[in-house]
Design a protein around this ligand. Structure first.
Ligand SMILES: [Zn+2]
Length: 368
């Protein structure tokens, strides 16, 4: 009996905690700088001829954040299962996510409590450039508020998704954050103006999608366990809301959120073509031909830049020496080395791991 009572107390407390905390830390602040006329033509064509099978294979790279000793209670296989499961929400819209290579690890206890304020800069040195980087960690914060994850929109400079491991279930959290990463706003978004129930302003307010009805902000308080909206909110014109709790981009109970609308699917397809056209699994695999290789430096010879592909995500200092031993350039953790101010010639690129004695050197030819 005591156990049963304890179970219900735990259930109540956890339900309350979940009900009170927003599930997602993604906030809308800017609209994409895209050709909306081109989008309208694309949408019209796709509504007439919907994709029947996945035409967009979208590469992702999962990074698991562990403590300094390389320990974690995150189950990597279940993370990969979640990603595969989340595909079931996208394949009907012509999109399939693929994990190209191995899961990568970042061993740093500080980042197990991941904050969105730093905009992911702290782990950017681990990012790959040809896939969407998904960081999975123990807890995620948006400011001081604990959230289940967040994503950067595709028109941001750094594209990424962060997932809190403990929130994950049935792939819907991955699907929700990947939806943001492919350009979708929340169905209850008001940053650009409130959408009216009659849909008359749907193209320029709310989530900028017209087949997702105006949403007054769904949650545990106004959607019942049968996924029926029970609220009585009214819009600015006094009309009663008729939202759809089944949409993944809403905040309805997680057990209700199971689909994207046709127009949301088309918006994501368009975003892939506009912002992710150069993403390719082949590039990532090609850069690590030797599975033992920790570091790949390319291109060599180089003209404008050199990239360091850091397979184990070591934190290191990078120095570039000329043939006389003079230091030409020095930086930490930034995998992009700008050669704009470097003259033609042979140089030695030296990497020093900041957390061990490990170092690596390679000659590179700068030939502009
Ligand atoms: Zn969200």
């Amino acid at each position: 009996m005591r156990h049963l009572l304890l179970f219900f107390i735990c259930l109540f407390v956890s339900t309350l905690a979940f009900a009170q905390s927003p599930i997602c830390g993604t906030t809308a602040s800017t609209l994409p700088d895209m050709d909306w006329k081109k989008y309208e033509a694309f949408k019209k064509e796709r509504l007439n001829n919907p994709l029947k099978s996945p035409e967009y294979t979208f590469p992702v790279q999962i990074h698991v954040i562990r403590n300094d000793k390389g320990q974690t209670d995150i189950d990597v296989n279940s993370i990969l299962d979640e990603l595969i499961f989340s595909n079931s929400y996208f394949t009907g819209h012509g999109i399939e996510f693929v994990h190209c290579g191995d899961v990568r690890y970042i061993d740093n206890s500080e980042y197990q409590r991941f904050g969105s304020q730093t905009d992911g800069q702290e782990v950017s040195y681990c990012s790959v450039s040809d896939a969407l980087n998904i960081f999975v960690t123990n807890t995620v914060f948006a400011g001081n508020v604990q959230v289940c994850g967040y994503a950067h929109f595709p028109w941001f400079d750094t594209k990424m998704v962060v997932i809190a491991d403990k929130c994950n279930s049935d792939g819907y959290l991955f699907a929700h954050e990947l939806g943001h990463a492919l350009g979708l706003f929340h169905t209850h978004e008001t940053f650009f103006g409130e959408e009216l129930v009659n849909g008359s302003n749907c193209e320029a307010s709310g989530d900028f999608i017209c087949d997702t009805p105006a949403d007054p902000l769904l949650g545990w308080n106004n959607v019942d366990p049968f996924c029926v909206y029970t609220g009585d909110d009214r819009d600015a014109q006094g009309a009663t809301y008729e939202p759809v709790p089944a949409f993944i981009m809403s905040y309805a109970r997680s057990s209700c959120r199971r689909r994207f609308s046709p127009e949301q699917g088309i918006r994501m397809q368009f975003m892939i073509e506009e912002y992710y056209a150069d993403y390719l699994c082949e590039n990532i695999i090609a850069r690590t031909p030797n599975s033992d290789a920790l570091i790949t430096i390319f291109p060599n010879p180089a003209t404008e830049f050199v990239r360091v592909h850091n397979r184990e995500c070591a934190e290191f200092e990078i120095k570039l020496y000329d043939t006389t031993g003079r230091t030409v350039l020095s930086q930490q953790n930034d995998t992009y080395i700008d050669l704009e101010r470097v003259q033609n010639g042979i140089y030695y690129l030296h990497l020093q791991d900041l957390r061990s004695d490990w170092s690596y050197a390679q000659s590179i030819l700068v030939q502009k």
